[in-house]
Design a binder for this molecule. Structure first.
Ligand SMILES: Nc1ncnc2c1ncn2[C@@H]1O[C@H](COP(=O)(O)OP(=O)(O)OP(=O)(O)O)[C@@H](O)[C@H]1O
Length: 336
């Protein structure tokens, strides 16, 4: 876990907790979060549906108050200094922020003007964002006639207008097709790299957290269960060496040899053998060379590095892919 103290974190939470009451039952949506995020970080909150990611973001953006605990955002308390927090951040929530009768282009221009840009700078910025999110040809339509996916893209574009020092994005990719998801990632990356914007986003796309975020905070049942860079989270698991043999007896002989590797987890399934071990990529060639000598010539070998889903599975016993439902097709296809 990366829990090194930092001088002036952009975000600092202490025991941050939020309960909801539904039908006389208490839901502990966020349970005692202690988190520090430094200026310039790009952090992904990764977790299944209902893990507490949005509730955390909503507290950090002052939309809802914590039940207990505290949070400071850009040096301001989220309860006592709500206005100051709001002035310092950008936020793209899960809902559609865009108004309904305005044209998409005008929405972006008005937002840019509200942040103090000149009319011509606002227009230039609007065209850039429309192009980046593949919205240019829809820019003159009233927002109410856009599809769900197009509106989502407009929401995110509006959120990126102002370039605040700290930007929160709540599931920005949900509802986008793969091409637009890539466009979005590119925009987020540029904002982070070119302007040094600190970015906190939530996602249940493992690949997105892996590819984009410098730090992945894995949240489950309202608690942080892992917090590190994606490579370090994965390195705790080791690689998976998958071997195939012409005969099941070869696989058994090979398993006996593989079990002698320190820390290896070995399993045999018919003619297939899998070995999970740290530095599997380096060990694989030695194993292949050794196996004919123990009467187990190899027919097939593949080495696969661990994914963030393997990390989640190891931590919780559940796959994030199974626990999360995607609303992509629903949104992208839902023309109004
Ligand atoms: N306003 C509310 N009233 C009652 N329960 C709520 C409310 N908001 C959230 N919850 C509950 O709190 C828990 C955490 O929800 P939250 O939306 O923070 O999860 P999440 O990780 O963002 O999930 P998702 O990926 O689906 O957005 C869930 O059990 C949810 O049903």
């Amino acid at each position: 876990m990366t829990q090194t103290p930092m001088a002036q974190p952009m975000i600092r939470t202490r025991g941050l907790t939020r309960h909801f009451t539904r039908q006389k039952q208490t839901i502990e949506a966020v349970r005692g979060l202690d988190l520090e995020i430094a200026a310039g970080e790009l952090v992904a909150f990764l977790g299944p549906n209902g893990a507490g990611k949005s509730t955390t973001l909503r507290m950090l953006t002052t939309l809802i108050a914590p039940t207990s605990g505290s949070a400071e955002v850009v040096g301001h308390d989220v309860v006592r200094e709500r206005a100051a927090v709001r002035r310092s951040i950008g936020y793209v929530g899960q809902g559609n922020a865009a108004g309904h009768q305005q044209r998409g282009r005008d929405e972006i221009v008005s937002q840019a003007r509200a942040y103090g840009m000149t009319r011509s700078a606002a227009r230039v910025r609007a065209e850039e964002l429309l192009a980046a999110f593949d919205l240019t040809e829809h820019a003159d339509r009233p927002v109410s006639t856009l599809s769900g996916g197009q509106r989502r893209r407009l929401d995110v574009a509006i959120g990126l207008v102002a370039s605040p020092p700290l930007l929160f994005l709540d599931e920005p990719s949900t509802g986008l097709d793969p091409q637009n998801r890539v466009n979005l990632q590119e925009q987020v990356r540029r904002l982070h790299q070119d302007l040094g914007t600190t970015i906190v986003l939530t996602t249940h796309y493992l690949e997105e957290a892996d590819a984009l975020a410098g730090r992945v905070v894995v949240i489950d049942h309202g608690e942080v269960i892992a917090d590190d860079t994606a490579p370090r989270l994965k390195s705790t698991l080791g690689d998976l060496i998958s071997l195939g043999f012409a005969d099941p007896s070869y696989a058994v002989a090979a398993a006996a040899r593989a079990e002698r590797i320190d820390g290896a987890q070995v399993s045999v399934d018919g003619t297939d053998l899998t070995v999970r071990v740290a530095h599997g990529r380096d060990l694989a060639s030695g194993l292949v060379t050794d196996l004919p000598a123990v009467g187990a010539p190899v027919s097939r070998i593949e080495v696969v590095g661990p994914t963030l889903d393997d990390v989640f599975l190891e931590l919780t016993g559940r796959s994030l892919r199974e626990t999360s439902t995607s609303t992509d097709t629903e949104l992208e296809g839902a023309a109004a």
